[in-house]
Write a protein that binds this ligand. Structure first.
Ligand code: NAG
Length: 245
């Protein structure tokens, strides 16, 4: 029994925390190469890559996502949350710039890129007012976000481990989002199919205003998502092992 465990661990050890051979490493500081490599990893492994701690990005499930919460000061007039939510499209992200990826672990990394189409599907609950009209509803919703431009700043701390290697401790992620279009369909608004359809038509013609209302909540959900993805990878792949010698 112990022999099996031992053999199995020895066999698995070299594949832990390493980039697979088909991913060519970049020189530290080569921001173009690094942006291309990150994009290549996303394209080749939409279902994730456990050897570097990368989770599946093709379809991501969430529970209890608060997108907007009414505030007494009137800054927000809407309660909107999803009991459950599936997001499809992150795996098609293209990273266009990767700043700060130097040989010595920097304090801030920056990733800039875009996602052609994000599809959100889940069970929503909404109450309050939207576009100055009262609104309430509960049911399935689909939201499509077109050409989402993303810029994320990642604060990192050095994590020197017992194996003598430096890992990047991900302290904080803050992203900025900008979108070129949004299409929504909230089923069962006002518990009335005709009013629901009419409201969705109005919402879609005024999508930019709605985006401004929801942007803060969506951005903070993206911050948490990017943070959890990076944390898992940074926890598994030593910082130096990301680069060519
Ligand atoms: C989402 O939540 C709703 C309401 O609680 C439930 O009916 C539905 O089955 C859930 N969907 C998934 C995919 O879990």
């Amino acid at each position: 029994m112990w022999l099996i465990v031992l053999v199995c661990c020895l066999w698995m050890a070299p594949s832990l925390g390493q980039l697979p051979p088909e991913i060519e490493k970049c020189k530290a500081g080569d921001s173009i190469c690094i942006a291309e490599t990150v994009t290549r990893i996303l394209r080749l492994y939409p279902n994730g890559l456990s050897s570097i701690g990368l989770d599946a990005l093709d379809s991501i499930g969430f529970e209890n996502v608060v997108v907007s919460r009414m505030e007494p000061d009137g800054h927000s007039t809407l309660d909107l949350s999803f009991h459950n939510l599936t997001v499809i499209g992150f795996a098609d992200s293209t990273v266009t710039e990767a700043k700060g990826f130097e040989a010595d672990l920097p304090r801030v990394l920056e990733l800039i890129g875009w996602i052609p189409l994000l599809k959100l599907d889940g069970f929503y609950e909404m109450r309050g007012s939207l576009l100055t009209m009262p609104i309430h509803g509960k049911g399935q919703a689909q939201v499509e976000i077109k050409e989402c431009r993303v810029r994320c700043k990642v604060r990192v701390l050095e994590d020197l481990r017992g194996d003598g290697k430096v890992y990047a401790g991900i302290a904080k992620v803050k992203c900025l989002l900008d979108v070129q279009g949004m299409h929504m369909n909230f089923d069962n608004l006002f518990n009335n199919p005709d009013m629901s359809e009419a409201m969705n038509v109005v919402a879609n013609t005024k999508w930019l205003e709605i985006w401004h209302t929801l942007r803060r909540g969506i951005t903070s959900a993206v911050d948490r998502l990017v943070e959890s993805i990076l944390k898992r990878v940074a926890n598994k792949l030593p910082y130096d092992d990301f680069y060519r010698d």
